[in-house]
Design a protein around this ligand. Structure first.
Ligand SMILES: C[S@@+](CC[C@H](N)C(=O)[O-])C[C@H]1O[C@@H](n2cnc3c(N)ncnc32)[C@H](O)[C@@H]1O
Length: 617
């Protein structure tokens, strides 16, 4: 049906006659108006504020629903109130008083308590509170940043790190006090460390200690008896420079020694072993007294190295500096013990993801001295410490007459001079004497404490072609630098193994042989293979104590070594070629094999002295 309006007919009543489906209707003005009126609200009517009337209706509906909700809530509240009231009825009060067993409590008090209890959120209520709400409440209370937490309320990693930072800052700003940090320090360790951190006298004395071959070598203030417990590096990082070797006790007391000055008796303790001895000291009451340790050789326990697989990020940082052939290897790293010794990390590359182990071998970063070897060394005179501090300028980085390496001493070079000599004549081998107990220079800065500082370049152990395991450079090692030290077990010839493949003869003058055997104990140097054109050579180095009866062995580079290159030595003669017999060679008391060399160098002589016993001969 359609309503059709014609605009004509201002005065006439009948405007038009419309034919509908069933009937004919006469359209008058009043019908039109009523039609208009009736059609308005349903289709187009608006309120004065512009909102549609239909919206208003909807709002009214919402409001009603909301009111119903409120009513329901009110009812729930009333229920709760009822419960409170019920619980505070006379019988409930009596019950409560009885169960408290305290008749002195007044019913009013109990009522109050019960009211409070009822107001406490129930378990169900607590559960209903979302984790997010609880977290928000916690953040509000502690003043933490909401962005620092994830959905479960666990602080994000960045926030945790920031919190640690704050803790560390507090620790350092806390008057030098050592407080518990990320690593779990034992209470005793903290107490002990704090005792020395806050005791200026002990601190001063301790500052002048450094690790020597037998433990600590200290320079102490005249007349200050000190009992000091040296804590492990892991437990008291503050003492890193002084306690890096192992836990030990050092007791230093002054005793009068007539006109020569004072003697200081000391006790060094390493694990089960006690070593006692006397230090002779130069006395100057206005200065710190310098003492050299007379009995340096202690029996040390090796610390096992543990290799861990490195993260993908670190693996990439290692691999990107190496040639492609290494890229498929698994990379393992040891840093805890090496860093405790102030050395660069040691790596091990394997073809499979299995923990690297070497059969019948334990890593040790220090030479272990057998009892027999120790007795033999003690037969030799131990010369006093390195230099005369009044003329030594090592502290300023200069070398001078009378200082280590000065003409006054029988070993005539400094490391600096050694480098220059290596450039001129790589075959020279006169030995070096490092600054020692008497020198005022520091371990960190002195240029003549190279072996004491240890290996400063990263190296790795990996499988070679036809030579078993080998030692390789991971960093670029400049010419004349210390690549590593030959470390093992110091034994006399009677104790030495028949297999000489891992033995280093110390080549001392008279009084029998001393051998460093690294078959069972040793560091990375025992993996260095032979080459007819080696890139390392050995230097005799005397550290801390000067004796003809013993020296340490430094392996220095004779050219720059790029990452990935194998580090090699000449097994037969470090400083020049000699003709090798074709089958076996008399070394010490036994015959050792001469084998086919696989060094692959142009200058290869085809043979090398393997050190294995020649049982056929
Ligand atoms: C001190 S060890 C070196 C580390 C040894 N490759 C390992 O896996 O333990 C000496 C032994 O390495 C092997 N070797 C070292 N240099 C070699 C070379 N140039 N040619 C063949 N074999 C070599 C010999 O078996 C020798 O007895």
């Amino acid at each position: 049906m359609a309503n059709i309006l014609s605009k004509k007919g201002q005065s006439g009543n009948v405007l038009k006659t419309v034919q509908t489906d069933n009937s004919t209707r006469r359209i008058t003005r009043s019908t039109v108006v009523s039609n208009i009126e009736s059609s308005r609200p349903s289709v187009e009517s608006n309120n004065s504020d512009g909102s549609k009337k239909s919206d208003v209706k909807e709002n009214v509906g919402n409001r009603r629903r909301f009111t119903r909700k409120l009513v329901r809530k009110e009812e729930a509240n009333e229920d709760l109130q009822d419960t409170i009231t019920r619980r505070t009825t006379r019988s409930a009060l009596e019950e409560a008083v009885e169960s408290d067993g305290n008749s002195a409590q007044s019913p009013a008090n109990v009522r109050e308590r019960l009211k409070n209890e009822a107001k406490q959120p129930t378990e169900a209520h607590t559960k209903r509170t979302s984790t997010k709400q609880l977290l928000k409440r916690k953040i509000h209370l502690t003043g933490e940043n909401e962005a620092d937490h994830d959905n479960t309320g666990v602080p994000r990693k960045s926030a945790r790190l920031a919190a640690n930072d704050v803790q560390e800052k507090q620790a350092t700003s806390d008057g030098g006090q050592i407080v518990r940090r990320k690593n779990n320090l034992s209470d005793n360790a903290i107490q002990e460390a704090n005792r020395y951190a806050t005791n200026p006298e002990a601190e001063r004395a301790v500052q002048n200690c450094r690790p020597g071959p037998s433990g600590l070598v200290c320079r102490v203030r005249h007349g200050s008896p000190i009992l000091r417990k040296v804590t492990r590096l892991e437990e008291a990082t503050r003492f890193k420079a002084y306690t890096e070797i192992r836990p030990s006790f050092v007791r230093i007391e002054n005793e009068p020694l007539g006109e020569h000055g004072n003697a200081e008796s000391y006790v060094l303790r390493y694990g089960k072993h006690n070593v006692t001895g006397q230090n002779e000291c130069h006395v100057d009451p206005t200065k710190i007294v310098s003492c050299s340790v007379r009995n340096p050789y202690a029996i040390v326990q090796p610390r096992a190295l543990r290799f861990d697989l490195v993260s993908a990020k670190e693996r990439w940082s290692v691999m990107k500096r190496l040639p492609m052939k290494w890229r498929k290897m698994y990379v393992w790293k040891e840093a805890a013990v090496t860093e405790a010794y102030g050395q660069a990390a040691l790596y091990f590359f394997t073809k499979t993801p299995t923990q690297p182990t070497v059969e019948n071998f334990q890593f040790s970063l220090e030479t272990l001295i057998s009892r027999k070897a120790k007795r033999r060394i003690q037969d030799w005179p131990l010369l006093p410490g390195c230099c005369n501090e009044h003329v030594c300028f090592c502290i300023k980085g200069q070398q001078w007459y009378g200082c280590c390496g000065g003409k006054f001493y029988w070993s005539t070079r400094t490391h600096k001079e050694l480098r220059e000599e290596i450039v001129r004549d790589p075959k020279s081998d006169y030995g070096v004497r490092e600054c020692g107990a008497l020198c005022p220079c520091s371990l960190a800065k002195c240029k003549d404490r190279v072996l004491q500082r240890g290996r400063q370049h990263r190296v790795f152990i990996a499988e070679t072609e036809g030579k078993g395991l080998g030692l390789f450079a991971l960093d670029t090692i400049e010419k004349g630098a210390l690549a590593t030290e030959y470390v093992g077990r110091l034994v006399i010839e009677d104790e030495a193994d028949a297999d000489q493949s891992y033995q280093w003869d110390l080549d001392l003058i008279g009084r029998g042989r001393l051998i460093i055997d690294s078959r069972k104990y040793g560091n990375e140097s025992r993996f260095a293979n032979h080459s007819c054109d080696p890139n390392m050579f050995s230097v005799k180095v005397r550290v801390d104590f000067d004796t003809e009866g013993y020296h340490r062995v430094g392996l220095f580079t004779n050219r720059e070594i790029r990452p990935g290159k194998e580090l090699t030595i000449d097994y037969f003669n470090q400083n020049g070629r000699r003709e090798l017999p074709t089958k076996s060679f008399v070394s010490g008391k036994s015959l050792v094999k001469v084998e086919k060399c696989r060094c692959g160098r142009k200058a290869c002589s085809g043979l090398f002295l393997s050190g294995k016993p020649n049982e056929e001969a």
